[in-house]
Design a binder for this molecule. Structure first.
Ligand SMILES: Nc1nc2c(ncn2[C@@H]2O[C@H](COP(=O)(O)OP(=O)(O)OP(=O)(O)O)[C@@H](O)[C@H]2O)c(=O)[nH]1
Ligand SMILES: [Mg+2]
Length: 297
């Protein structure tokens, strides 16, 4: 009785900290986070359950103008996810925002319940925050305005309390121990791709996609064997991803293995292969093969 539940979508410009917030709220790392914009490419779900409520959080790709078919997919998935939620969280980076530009984007939103999350408050002085909050509050657009630091885990409880107050009555959609309805394979591929966003320079990581070819659990050994293919757009990129004597690929693999091990709670044997797929970001069939599927591409 009186159970509340609902879908909460987080949107905002690239790099404001949406995926960091999802991971912090869950207390587990399932979403890729990097200092580069456009890290997230698809919808990532995280489920927070307690005795009285269930929040299904949806992290989305940062709002931007598409430059290719992958970009169209990212925009569509963000737009669709935003309209399907009970509560919409618009997030901005307090250290790097433009009031007029943010408000232009916010004016286009048609959500009944809209929260403004002002992230990265650890980067400014406390005294600076109040006038910023007032200026957004004066617009009358938001049901709640919540300042926080997703990275330093400051203000998180306040956000959860606010979300719970606005959730409609509803059923428990997922069992207690489920933290995401995302396939394990997809989360693993995101954790591998994240390492490239962090380790590789220039445009190279933006042209990579990661596909899990095989994932097999051996119970007697408590070992999961994963074979994964990294696709990139050029032969020269492949050489850089592999690195001198395979050093870069080794680094990507070892960091990814550590994250996947924590996520799956099993020992991991991770094999990575690198292949070239020319101009895949504009190829409908390659996008489909790599898991970026949307009817409106
Ligand atoms: N100082 C500080 N940095 C943060 C905070 N939250 C996130 N970051 C950093 O901001 C960068 C971007 O974080 P993400 O979570 O990947 O941002 P995002 O909004 O998901 O980005 P896209 O997926 O590209 O749209 C990373 O380097 C994070 O560590 C915060 O509260 N404080
Ligand atoms: Mg993200």
């Amino acid at each position: 009785m009186n159970y509340t539940s609902g879908f909460v979508t987080i949107i905002g410009s690239p790099n404001v900290g949406k995926s960091t917030l999802l991971n912090t709220l869950l207390g587990e790392k399932i979403a890729a986070v990097s200092p580069r914009p456009q890290t997230t490419r698809t919808k990532i779900s995280g489920i927070i359950t307690d005795a009285n409520s269930q929040i299904v959080l949806l992290d989305t790709p940062g709002i931007q103008t598409p430059k290719n078919r992958l970009g169209n997919y990212m925009k569509n998935i963000t737009d669709q996810t935003a309209t399907q939620s009970d509560i919409l969280i618009y997030m901005l980076d307090v250290s790097k925002y433009n009031f007029e530009k943010e408000m232009q984007k916010i004016e286009t939103l048609k959500q009944a319940t809209l929260f403004l999350v002002i992230n990265k408050i650890d980067l400014i002085k406390k005294a600076q925050l109040l006038p910023i909050m007032s200026s957004f509050s004066e617009t009358g657009k938001f049901n709640e305005i919540i300042p926080l630091s997703a990275k330093k885990q400051d203000g998180i409880d306040m956000l959860i309390d606010c979300l719970k107050r606005y959730l409609p009555q509803g059923p428990k959609f997922f069992p207690d121990d489920i933290i995401s309805d995302q396939p394990e394979r997809q989360i693993c591929s995101e954790l591998i791709r994240e390492k490239m966003m962090r380790l590789l320079g220039d445009e190279i990581p933006y042209g990579t996609a990661v596909v899990i070819e095989k994932m097999e659990y051996n119970e007697t050994k408590n070992l999961t064997s994963i074979t994964s293919i990294i696709y990139c757009e050029r032969q020269s990129h492949k050489s850089i991803i592999i690195g001198k004597d395979g050093a870069m690929l080794k680094k990507i693999g070892s960091l990814a293995r550590s994250d996947i091990q924590k996520f799956l709670g099993a020992r991991i044997f991770l094999q990575l292969w690198v292949k070239v797929s020319d101009n895949w970001r504009n190829s409908y069939s390659a996008l489909k093969d790599f898991g970026y599927t949307d009817s409106d591409l």
